[in-house]
Design a protein around this ligand. Structure first.
Ligand code: CA
Length: 220
């Protein structure tokens, strides 16, 4: 099949940002602070944050879920796009990284919109389901340990309402998913996840080639 997706070199990516990126100052500060951390490359790209904020606005989302907070860039981008009574239920295991996130949520005035759960996300999601929150979320973002992607997705699919959207990060995994030489566990997990979603008739599907690849799955 002919490739109609542009490869973005640095020059073109800078151009794209120069004519589209409207990154609020608070997000720019968080991005710069996170970039100093050893794991700094784990944060999402600013154009992806803006895209997710637009999705949330487009849907009129109020209740959202995030699996994998890190230092909070995506949750802050989403929280800023939510109405005043909007909510982000955020899951992470790291007190250290989410301490940065908390500081920025506070500074941005959205701390009251974010409900942070420090625990393995599979436990938190199971608790939400047990608490009767199935079919109540408008939007979910999955960006955590890749070996559990399928498990997170299955729980998120129960938690979002019909017409709700699940966004899954890193599905192109720096291109390694398409390289048969690469056979490590995380790459294999993402490959298996991608193949599974391709067949999943419970959702409408689009894999968007933004940043490291973002799959959008709309619950039917
Ligand atoms: Ca990611």
């Amino acid at each position: 099949m002919a490739n109609k997706t542009l490869g973005l070199d640095s020059q073109l990516y800078e151009y794209l940002q120069s004519v589209s990126l409207r990154e609020p100052e608070i997000l720019a500060q968080l991005r710069q602070e996170t970039a100093q951390l050893p794991m700094g490359r784990m944060q999402i790209a600013p154009d992806q944050g803006q895209f997710m904020a637009l999705l949330v606005q487009l849907m009129g989302a109020k209740k959202t879920l995030e699996v994998g907070v890190f230092t909070g860039y995506s949750s802050l981008a989403v929280a800023l796009a939510l109405p005043p009574d909007g909510k982000v239920v955020a899951c992470d295991v790291s007190e250290e990284y989410t301490a940065v996130a908390r500081r920025y949520w506070q500074q941005a005035g959205v701390a009251d919109k974010v409900e942070l759960h420090i625990a393995p996300a599979l436990e938190t999601l199971a608790q939400l389901l047990a608490g009767g929150q199935a079919n109540t979320f408008d939007f979910a973002f999955i960006d955590a340990d890749k070996s559990n992607y399928t498990n997170y997705y299955e729980q998120a699919l129960q938690l979002v309402r019909p017409g709700g959207l699940i966004a899954v990060d890193n599905v192109l995994w720096s291109g390694r998913v398409a390289d048969p030489q690469v056979q490590d566990n995380r790459t294999k997990s993402i490959r298996a996840f991608n193949q599974r979603l391709h067949q999943d008739q419970r959702v409408s599907l689009s894999l968007v080639a933004i940043a490291d690849g973002l799959t959008l799955a709309l619950k039917r």
